[in-house]
Design a protein around this ligand. Structure first.
Ligand code: ATP
Length: 258
């Protein structure tokens, strides 16, 4: 069974006091079980688009649906139970243990009596590649990469099958980042999740995602597979983004050959 389908239908969001819309008439269908990366220059509207899925932002026009249900219907906590959300500085509660942090989300999102004991913390830690005895540690006793792993475990704790990732690995060193990307892609496949991930790293998008959406000035300017992006078939904006890792790779190869 795969995660839910997600759809953006002509979605627009203009922040109060700002003339230009942050998101401007975006439409996209994301199939259940797919891994989609959202890329584009800083300020192009990626985070705003993502936040309209879990109602941290509300569209002025259009709608967002999950398996056909408008996210605007019903209480926000019920919606957020269906969605895992991981962002750059994952925001663990410092005075709680790792286990308490992981069990916190079901409680916040309204699932009655979800104490640490109700969530299989050891299994979740195992899924994100952390030893079970980390459960009793405070977040301060973890590295940045380990904290992000706990963030992923917490996002999965409520049983969500739709994951929104906003630069989840952005603050990590490249080696840790690479490992965590592998762990996460493995999890996505094993659990049959639907994932929408904002990233600034085009190489990461190309290597991790099934499909890449490119935003520029609030609009969707390309929607293509990594192969189409690399072949130049996805248009000039996409090609310009792909050229960055391509040039870096060529320079490295030249260095190695020198
Ligand atoms: N709360 C807000 N109030 C006013 N304007 C905002 C607010 N949040 C974002 N914006 C503006 O909306 C536009 C899109 O912002 P958004 O954070 O969605 O872009 P982004 O592509 O995720 O950027 P980045 O890659 O830098 O995180 C930007 O011009 C930004 O300044």
């Amino acid at each position: 069974m795969s995660g839910p389908a997600l759809a953006f239908e002509d979605v627009t969001r203009t922040y109060p006091g700002v003339a230009a819309p942050a998101v401007d008439g975006v439409s996209a269908q994301i199939a259940g079980g797919s891994f989609v990366a959202l890329v584009g220059a800083s300020g192009s509207g990626k985070s705003t688009l993502l936040k309209m899925v879990n109602r941290l932002e509300v569209p002025d026009g259009g709608r967002v649906t999950i398996d056909g249900d408008d996210v605007a219907d019903g209480p926000a906590p019920r919606l957020r139970r269906r969605i895992g959300y991981v962002f750059q500085h994952v925001g663990l509660f410092p005075h709680m243990s790792v286990a308490e942090n992981i069990a916190m989300v079901p409680r916040l999102s309204g699932k009655a009596a979800a104490r640490s004991a109700d969530v299989d913390v050891a299994a979740l830690l195992d899924q994100v590649g952390l030893p079970a005895d980390y459960a009793t540690r405070p977040p301060a006793a973890l590295s940045g990469g380990q904290r992000q792993r706990v963030g992923v475990a917490r996002a999965l704790a409520g049983g969500a099958r739709l994951m929104l990732l906003d630069e989840p690995f952005g603050a990590l060193d490249p080696v840790t980042r690479d490992r965590l990307c592998d762990t996460y892609r493995g999890l996505h496949d094993r659990l049959g999740l639907t994932t929408l991930m904002v990233t600034h790293d085009m190489a990461e998008a190309l290597l991790m995602a099934d499909r890449i959406l490119v935003m520029a000035a609030g609009r969707l300017v390309a929607d293509a597979t990594p192969g189409e992006m690399l072949s130049g078939a996805a248009g000039p904006e996409a090609t310009a983004l792909v050229d960055v890792p391509r040039r870096q790779s060529a320079r490295l190869q030249a260095l190695a050959a020198a």
